[in-house]
Write a protein that binds this ligand. Structure first.
Ligand code: DGY
Length: 326
């Protein structure tokens, strides 16, 4: 049977080749830009499978346009861009790419922790501007990292990888989540309530998926519970933080700083954030290494190919659909 497969954006190999090997026809956006809504609706129409990215909003209209589609394979671990309930209601399988981006996202979390505390980007700007006045005992002092307390919200794979690295910095580790984490417990991390984590941590690092429960989990009240000397780190999803409230507290010095890789309304930022010198701002680079993006491409394609070959995909997010169709 000949399958028509949509790929919504230019992605690295080997995903495109793996898909091409089983698909009768591949309709792809060959540009490195997200499709407009109309382009997306038109691309997916009549497709048996869709390989998409976190920059594509896959809602009920898109799922209806993809009538007859068997699988939506997201090339991301987060899948808040897909209306999972709407896909499930239509009997469409949805998959993601967990695991392969854990280590590099943990690395980037650490780049933000060290970068914001030790003012790395600010220092680089000073040097390039020729403003380095020479070593001074009070010049560009930052926050300490070694021996401090790291608070992890959302104790999944990435949080655990961040905690493993924190051991090298001799940090006390607190975590908060809906469930306890045997892997975090095993390295001596302490499960605490959110209130205590916010109040005691020197670095609060976010690792929760974006859901209706985690939307604005870190709001003005939560930020006010953090210590004035503490830092907020977000490599999860922007809307977990109320960005306007964050700008306010950064301006007022209510916390020492923030290291952000994700934003509420990407690619835009809340007004004033770019003017906060105590914010280290990266453009959603958590998984942006060559090896990781290739692995994500491979896994997204493998999920899609499995379904087109009649097999259960390895990273299925709505297993109830598989049970219903088999
Ligand atoms: C993901 O896969 O969810 C990441 O945010 C991509 O960088």
């Amino acid at each position: 049977m000949s399958h028509r497969v949509a790929i919504t954006r230019r992605i690295p190999e080997p995903g495109p080749s793996l898909v091409a090997a089983v698909a009768g026809e591949v309709v792809a956006n060959h540009d490195d830009r997200p499709l407009t809504r109309d382009e997306l609706l038109s691309l997916v129409s009549g497709c048996d499978a869709v390989l998409c990215l976190l920059t594509d909003t896959i809602d009920s209209d898109v799922l209806d346009a993809a009538k007859g589609c068997k699988i939506v394979a997201n090339m991301a671990v987060g899948y808040n861009n897909i209306d999972l309930a709407a896909a499930t209601a239509r009997g469409i399988l949805v998959t993601n790419t967990p695991g392969v981006l854990t280590e590099c996202t943990a690395d980037l979390t650490w780049a933000l922790i060290l970068g914001v505390a030790r003012r790395v980007a600010e220092g680089d700007v000073e040097m390039r501007a020729g403003r380095f006045p020479g070593w001074g005992p009070l010049y560009m002092l930052g926050g300490d990292v070694t021996g401090k307390t790291l608070g992890l919200i959302g104790p999944g794979r990435i949080a655990t990888a961040v905690a493993m690295r924190a051991r090298g910095f001799d940090m006390k580790i607190l975590y908060h989540g809906r469930r306890s984490s045997p892997s975090l417990d095993a390295i001596g991390a302490e499960a605490v309530d959110l209130f205590r984590l916010l109040a005691e941590s020197d670095f609060v690092s976010l690792h929760v998926p974006l859901t209706s429960e985690t939307h604005h989990l870190i709001d003005a009240k939560a930020l006010a519970r953090m210590k004035p000397s503490s830092y907020l780190i977000n490599t999860a999803r922007g809307p977990v933080v109320d960005e306007k409230a964050l700008v306010k507290i950064l301006r007022e010095g209510g916390i020492a700083g923030a290291g952000l890789d994700v934003y509420e309304d990407e690619p835009a930022m809340a007004p004033g954030l770019a003017d906060c010198p105590n914010a280290l701002l990266l453009p959603h680079l958590g998984s942006a290494t060559q090896g990781t993006r290739a692995a994500m491409s491979r896994i997204a394609a493998e999920n899609l190919v499995a379904v087109l070959s009649g097999c259960k995909p390895p990273n299925l997010l709505n297993p109830e659909v598989w049970r219903e169709t088999t």
